[in-house]
Every structure is written in C-alpha cells, then in structure tokens.
Design a protein around this ligand. Structure first.
Ligand code: AKG
Length: 258
C-alpha cells in the first residue's frame, strides 16, 4: 500500500475523530481543481445549492435578496468533472479510508456532500455545531468525510472548527435543536464547545473526519472565495436504509478503474 498511515496516525484518528493529511493532493491536482471550480462558479453551473437555500445564520433571505445567487455548494462533484472523480478514487484517499474504516471495499456516497463547498466573502453563512450523522441513514454510524482544501482555510475565511473526541460522545436528543444543531442555551454544550480547535488547512491538505465529530464554521470575512471538495465514504457492508435520502443515488466502490 502506498504511503500507509502509521499506527500512531490511525490512533490519532480513532481518538480525535479527525485526522489531517498534509499535502495529500499535489499542487497540480489542486490547480486543476481550482480551474474547474472557478469555471463553475461564475456563472454558476448547475446543479448548485445557493446560500439562500440553507437558511443558516447570515444567509441571504431569498434568491432575489442581495447575495441570494451566491453558490454555497457545487453539487454532484463525482459526475461533474473527471478531476474530482479521480480524486475520489485516488490511492491516497482510498488507502487511508481502508485503514480508518477497516475494510477493503470502500464506497463513496452520491447523496450528500459529494460537492465543492464554496464560501464567498460578503455573502456567506454560519454553520452551527453539528454531527454529519444527522444527514445520514445507514446501518451503522460509521462514515468518514474527506475534505480537501483547494486554498487556505482558517477561522477568518470560514474554515472548519472541530471538537476532538466528540465522535465518542453520547449526546442526548435534548442537547440538539429542531434541526439537530447543538443547542447554545445548554451549559454542558457551552462547556463542550470551549474544547473546539480550528482545522487550519493549506491547499492540498485533507481533513478526514468521522460522521459523529462535532464541527462548525463561521462566515468568510477574508478576501477570496474558499473552496473545498468534500465526499463521504463508508464500507461496502454498511448499507444505506432504503427509501431514505441516503439511498436516492447509487453508492460507488472507489479505488477501481474509473
Ligand atoms: O463550510 C461550512 O460552513 C461547514 C459545512 C459543514 O459542516 C457541512 O456541510 O456539514
């Protein structure tokens, strides 16, 4: 296996619920992805989710409000471009996932994430604390998202923050609001978020995080659009529940010929 994770790195992922692989994507791959992404933002190439669609704090109220046409996610990344698809299938990504998920056949979902997240200065919204498992319906809550930075990511441009070890917490339903975000009015939650740390990334750095790891992100207050390619993976044996949002489009085994 090329460039396997060491036992210590794997332990770090298991303990923290996330792991950053520095410079996992080459400069050439990142440059290609930036080119394709920039061509898809202006004008936005469908299918696109707009800031106005998410209704998160700070988002424009509607598509006709100022900033209402700001893209938030370029959807269907896997089928959108060869360069995105090749990354989803790359040995760098798939070998790490085989180790983290502890299975040979890893599948990528086309049902959520599977997108390029774009965060624009001026019209971006806040994503409150949540676990991605809220989106997913699978036999087991064992999925990993892979977040590739196409540029620098820090708190001031809306980069992710994570709470180490939060993937092991048993959060009762009462600690989450109607949309399954962490309630801010609960003292235990206020204490919990004090442990947050920024996942600072440089172009090509790749954040692997468990679907139960609490994370959040602020608005982009910097000068450039922040862009990140995100996929979510699971083992072949861990199946989506039929007739849920997780089962609409076919999952694909990665790491074979594309
Ligand atoms: O970039 C952001 O605002 C966070 C996105 C996120 O956490 C998600 O889509 O699950």
């Amino acid at each position: 296996m090329s460039n396997p994770l060491s036992a210590q790195q794997l332990q770090q992922f298991n303990d923290d619920g996330y792991f950053i692989a520095r410079k996992l994507a080459s400069d050439d791959v990142v440059a290609d992805m930036n080119r394709v992404t920039d061509d898809s933002i202006n004008p936005p190439l469908a299918p696109v989710e707009y800031e106005a669609d998410v209704h998160y704090p700070g988002a424009p109220e509607s598509k006709i409000a100022p900033g209402g046409q700001t893209p938030r996610r370029l959807l269907n990344a896997y089928t959108r471009s060869t360069v995105y698809r090749e990354w989803a299938n790359s040995a760098e990504v798939v070998n790490h996932l085989r180790q983290m998920l502890d299975c040979k056949n890893v599948m990528v979902s086309q049902n959520h994430h599977n997108c390029v997240m774009t965060k624009h200065p001026g019209f971006s919204s806040v994503t409150s604390w949540h676990q991605d498992i809220r989106y997913w319906s699978f036999d087991h809550p064992e999925l990993i998202s892979v977040w590739l930075a196409l540029g620098p990511e820090r708190p001031d441009n809306g980069g992710l923050m994570v709470i180490p070890g939060s993937h092991m917490l048993d959060l009762g339903r009462g600690r989450l609001d109607a949309a399954l975000f962490l309630r801010t009015d609960i003292v235990e939650n206020q204490e919990l978020v004090k442990a947050a740390i920024p996942a600072e990334l440089e172009p090509g750095d790749t954040l692997f995080f468990h679907c139960r790891t609490l994370h959040a992100a602020g608005q982009n207050k910097a000068g450039n659009v922040k862009k990140s390619l995100v996929y979510t993976y699971h083992c072949e044996q861990n199946r989506s529940i039929p007739e849920t949002r997780s089962a609409v489009h076919t999952d694909i085994i990665v790491g074979r010929e594309t």
